[in-house]
Design a protein. Sequence first.
Length: 437
Amino acid sequence: MGTHEFPRGFTFGVATAAYQVEGHIENDWSEWERQGRCKDPSHRCGRAVDHWNLFDHDLQLARDVGSGAFRVSLEWARIEPVRGQVDEAAVDQYRQRLVRMKEAGVRPVVTLHHFTHPQWFHRETPWHEPSSVVEFRRHARICARILRGLDALVITFNEPMVLLLGGYLQGMIPPGLADGNKAMLALGNLARSHVAAREELLRECGRCEIGISQNMLAFRPDRWWHPLDRALTRLALDNYNHAFLRALTDGELRVQMPGLASTRQRIEGARDSMDFMGINYYTRAHLRFIPKPPFLQFQYRDLLGRGLTDIGWEDYPEGFAQLVLDVHHTYGKPIWVTENGIDDRQGDRRPGFLYDHWRHLLGAIHQGADVRGYLYWSLMDNFEWLEGWGPRFGLYSVDFETLERRPTPACHYFRQVARSGVLVEPPSLRVREDAGR
């Protein structure tokens, strides 16, 4: 393998999440929006980008950029809108779509839980109650029927620490709590639900690759000389990046966030319960101690002069390689990059972003990391949670009025690298370098 070549069999693909693209889903997030809880209270997901009706068109778009895998999620609220009542028509639709994906030569990468819940869930069986594990086991059992025989890569939970921090400590996303004790109970039940889902998937699907997608941040003390900034950085690396992965590796959930929440729990059946590690990587965060709760100030800085992305995040590809190698050395499992992308509203930065991140990813691979695939977030522009309709992460831009999908300048570049497996500089980068000579 040359220095610019990805390993034989390496998979390039794209990622989506049901609520953000499918449209017309009634769940806890749609309730949240009606309460005006997005940053722009007027924003509603509504029909999203109508992926539910345009699935075959969007699958072709994924194929057109060379995707060998397509990450989607199975919307729990669509499958079980009323507790205990399964919508078999929705189950059949999901099954048919994944079969068509497989027949088209695109491997399904399927997420069982991507932030959203049926409207009954938080009221009747919230994550801090043991009943949540029972309910998620039933959801996984239904999903296993959908996935039978498809050789899907299965992600039980997307970014459990984001769900925990946003929903149980900061109160910014559903269920909107700020309760450290309930947060730790919820995190333990999320881990137990992964174990339960794994059992159901293996029972129904036979051999099946199962993992989670973990949002990982590169952390840096805002003031290198300040001992408390440095201590916060160590705590963030351990608790945010590793606590959940560690629980599903050695069977013990250990979290120590002074002033916020702490726990130590045995998770029965969790030891060695992941076949791969999914990494979602976007940026680096700078941490500063402040002398009042929550004792932490979290910010993005443009220390290297690259310009923050349009959502305000640092463009820091160096952290990508660091985290991939960290996961490799810590766990020794195969790695999938299940999300990586940039909010680029003009569309001119994305090719360079891809080149820089792929270059650093190749560096980690050449140092021994067993990375099996890279999924770009996202195939197309979509509804970005609290940010609503502002961000533009898509390889394809979307006119939110007409729903027309249009290729961005990154599409050709993504296709070139995905189909050849060889990293080359994008034309836009070569033009800038030539102009600087």
